[in-house]
Design a protein around this ligand. Structure first.
Ligand code: NBP
Length: 484
């Protein structure tokens, strides 16, 4: 019986294109998709359509699918994250052989992946949780792939995953091993969080240029096209220009007809929740998530806009270059925050993430691909234990040059009533970070005043805690010192 090199379950937009990508790299691919009785089979439609004449084995049941793959089997799932992944694992297990590898290429939450790696290991199988980024086009022509999980599985799946991945300009595949457990899906989650931040920042630049500089869609497209030739060269800036130029069938701009209510599928929210759990100040991405939530309150926004008028604003004091610089500075701060979250979680979960490698596999194929990631790769290659991207000499020079513009743009947004949540978050984070003596001494005093939470003193060593009976009516008992 003819056997395949690799199997793929889930022939929706990502799975179908990844399967075609695998086949185009010389692999024979078994495919399977659940089917509902009475419907035209998804598998048959694929085999008789885009897969026609190519090296695929179409299968119609899980056992036929598993048995059609050469051992040790490599089975990639591209299905909706959550319970479908657990259901599929249970369906696969009875047919697997020891040493087979199950790869989850969907956007699974990394704690689920941690759990699944251990579960499949207990049954004698390998589980790999792999982030895949690049959308439909990337899946077909080369995505960025972030695998992690059962370490011994990497040599078995490396050829396929690196074979289908995008290639950076230096020829390196945009797919490297991220680490054990849920490391791959964690890195993908942060990638998506950064994607939320990038999209929000571009949207804020669009709002300022539109409302304060009075640019129309074609002029805005020209600005983003120009920016895409400089430091902001990136996929998201490129498609923003294309979106701004795009005209509907009636010749008018489609963008103006799209409702201003943003959707989401959870990875931005997971990044924010994870950051809170890791005590990491991921402010910019979290604000980007909140901005989508606020956009969704369409009825409340309508009511509020009829009650509260925007402030009367003076003439604009910013230039187009200020907006470009503000976007660059805020984007840099967003990446600094994203990498900070990764380093905190890496220490917690003992993943030993390689930040240079992560930046390098995001250079091509994925949604946040940009020229900027070459510089981040260089920064971490120079100093793999860099505490914060803002401490790299190259980025220090860049941020010092761009910060005056970020301050001006945020101030102009505030004075003219244009919400700039992520740019404002970037500025507050930067000022908070570079402040030697913050005002948190007052918070500590308040905590001790009302709850005997104790405080450390500047004239004593760190770690030694004091309590004051602020009112003269308290006792000497103090609250426990612990962090939640
Ligand atoms: P969807 O996220 O829409 O998932 C659809 C696939 O899941 C179909 O094959 C569907 O089968 C299958 N499925 C579902 Br729904 N429930 C199932 C179950 N209980 N058992 C077995 N199969 C089930 O497709 P997608 O957009 O191609 O995304 C696939 C994965 O890749 C997701 O995790 C997604 O988050 C991730 N991802 C998507 C993108 C993107 O740009 N779309 C990018 C990167 C990653 P059916 O045909 O029978 O309904």
């Amino acid at each position: 019986m003819k056997t395949s090199n690799v199997g793929l379950i889930g022939l929706a937009v990502m799975g179908e294109n990844l399967a075609l990508n695998m086949e185009s790299k010389g692999f024979t691919v078994s495919v399977f998709n659940r089917n509902f009785p009475g419907e035209e089979g998804v598998v048959d439609r694929f085999i008789n359509g885009r897969a026609k004449g190519k090296n695929f084995i179409g299968t119609h049941s899980i056992d036929e699918f598993v048995n059609s793959i050469a051992k040790p089997r490599k089975i990639m799932m591209m299905v909706k994250a959550g319970s479908p992944v657990d259901e599929l694992i249970e369906q696969l297990i009875p047919y697997l052989s020891p040493g087979d590898v199950v790869i989850d290429g969907g956007n699974s939450d990394f704690p689920d992946t941690e759990r699944r790696v251990k579960y499949l290991e207990s049954k004698g199988f390998y589980f790999v949780g792999s982030g895949v980024s690049g959308g439909e086009e990337g899946a077909l022509n080369g995505p960025s792939i972030m695998p992690g999980g059962a370490v011994d599985a990497w040599p078995l799946v490396k050829d396929v995953l690196q074979g289908i991945a995008a290639k950076a300009d230096d020829g390196a595949p945009c797919c490297q091993w991220m680490g054990k457990g849920g490391a791959g899906h964690f890195v993908k989650m942060v990638h998506n969080g950064i994607e939320y931040g990038d999209m929000q920042l571009i949207t804020e630049a669009y709002a300022v240029l539109k409302h304060r500089k009075g640019l129309d869609n074609d002029a805005l497209a020209g600005v983003f096209e120009k920016w895409n030739k400089g430091d902001l060269d990136s996929f998201l800036v490129e498609i923003t220009a294309a979106i701004l130029r795009y005209r509907d069938e009636d010749g008018t701009h489609l963008l103006d007809k799209i409702r201003d209510v943003a959707g989401q599928k959870g990875t931005g929210k997971w990044s924010a929740i994870t950051a809170l759990n890791e005590n990491d100040p991921l402010t910019l991405i979290t604000e980007a998530v909140y901005a989508r939530l606020l956009s969704a309150l369409a009825d409340e926004r309508k009511k509020a806009s009829s009650i509260y008028a925007a402030p009367t604003a003076n003439d604009s004091l910013i230039t187009e270059t200020d907006v470009e610089q503000a976007l660059y500075a805020a984007k840099l701060i967003s990446y600094a925050q994203g990498f900070s979250l990764m380093s905190r979680a890496s220490a917690h979960y003992e993943w030993e993430l390689d930040y240079g490698s992560i930046a390098s596999i995001w250079r091509k194929g994925c949604i946040i691909r940009s020229a900027f990631l070459n510089k981040i790769t260089e920064a971490y290659r120079k100093n793999p234990s860099l505490e914060n991207l803002l401490f790299d000499a190259f980025f220090q020079g860049k941020i010092e040059a761009a910060m005056p513009s970020l301050r001006k743009v945020v101030a102009e947004g505030a004075l003219s009533g244009i919400a700039l949540p992520s740019m404002s978050a970037a500025l507050s984070y930067f000022d908070g970070l570079r402040t030697l003596h913050s005002a948190a001494n007052l918070i500590q005093a308040q905590r001790d005043y009302f709850g005997a939470h104790t405080y450390e003193r500047v004239d004593s060593e760190p770690g030694k805690f004091f309590h004051t009976d602020w009112t003269g009516k308290g006792g000497k008992t103090v609250s426990g010192t612990y962090n939640v």
